[in-house]
Design a protein around this ligand. Structure first.
Ligand code: FES
Length: 293
């Protein structure tokens, strides 16, 4: 069994949920203003914010580890450790916002990731205190211990991203099953006005759910699986969100601009995959854009 496959076993342990669920609810209450949540998810950026923010503490702490090995450069290491400690706060908040809207296995591993990161942060704060009190040797022991813990925690975070697809666009994954050929979605007149309708695209032998929204003579077509966690967008609704007409996911309420597919409300941070549309003899035709070829 590989080291990281042990994490999959951990993600199956339901006993953790007794502790995790109250923590998740507390995070959701603390971050309740939707604008704050969307800021932390990265909805405004069109990209998950947490992996962007963690570059600062990780880079600062690794660099501090190198500088600490060279005695004349140790004062600079202390500055970098302080920078990492300060930057860890917004990075943690962004991670907590994402974590609170993830599926159960990711939440279990995410809880371990958060505890390890908090412990690493505590070691770095202790290191700063020790350095300030003239106990440089202890400060270096604490910061190298923090670096080891943060590195292990980063491996857990990587497993959550790459093995459990947290933060990945589930719509982009679904789109890979489609070809870029034009797909006949049937007559325009069969589509209901102003609400999502399920249509199916053929991807080789696989049927890929699509969602079509008709507004008068205009039709917008998207991959049917929500970019956040594959929620069925064809069971969602059309609503005005922040001034734009949006397709809203029935699972966690993410809203995607019908014009562009850009997220207007989280938890989704990735855009929704949108298909090109044309009308042929009163029938709606759609295909994936060329970047999917
Ligand atoms: S699956 Fe979570 S918002 Fe769509």
């Amino acid at each position: 069994m590989s080291l990281l496959s042990i994490l999959d076993r951990v993600a199956d342990v339901s006993a953790f949920d007794k502790v995790i669920e109250p923590a998740r609810k507390a995070v959701q209450v603390a971050l309740r203003p939707q604008g704050l949540k969307d800021l932390l998810h990265g909805t405004w950026l069109g990209h998950t914010l947490h992996p962007v923010l963690v570059q600062v503490p990780v880079g600062s702490w690794i660099s501090a580890g190198v500088l600490d090995a060279i005695p004349p450069l140790r004062p600079a290491a202390t500055v970098l450790i302080g920078t990492g400690v300060a930057a860890a706060v917004p990075a943690s908040l962004a991670g907590a916002a994402d974590w609170s809207e993830q599926e159960v296995g990711v939440r279990r591993l995410g809880a371990i990731h958060a505890v390890a990161n908090t412990a690493a942060l505590g070691l770095y704060v202790g290191s700063l205190v020790a350095r300030r009190n003239g106990r440089g040797g202890l400060g270096r022991v604490l910061s190298y211990s923090g670096l080891a813990l943060a590195t292990g925690s980063a491996a857990i975070g990587g497993h959550m991203s790459y093995a459990q697809s947290s933060g990945a666009s589930h719509a982009a994954t679904a789109a890979r099953a489609l070809t870029t050929d034009w797909i006949d979605l049937g007559p325009l007149d069969d589509l209901p006005e102003g609400r999502p309708a399920l249509r199916t695209g053929k991807g080789g032998s696989v049927a890929v759910p699509l969602v079509a929204v008709r507004r008068g003579a205009r039709v917008d077509v998207f991959i049917g699986a929500c970019s956040h966690l594959s929620g069925p967008l064809y069971e969602g609704s059309v609503e005005t969100v922040r001034g734009d007409e949006c397709l809203v996911c029935p699972w966690h309420g993410s809203a995607f601009d019908l014009e562009s597919g850009s997220p207007r409300r989280g938890p989704a941070a990735n855009p929704q995959e949108k298909l090109e549309v044309k009308m042929t003899a009163g029938r709606v035709m759609a295909r994936l854009p060329g970047r999917h070829e």
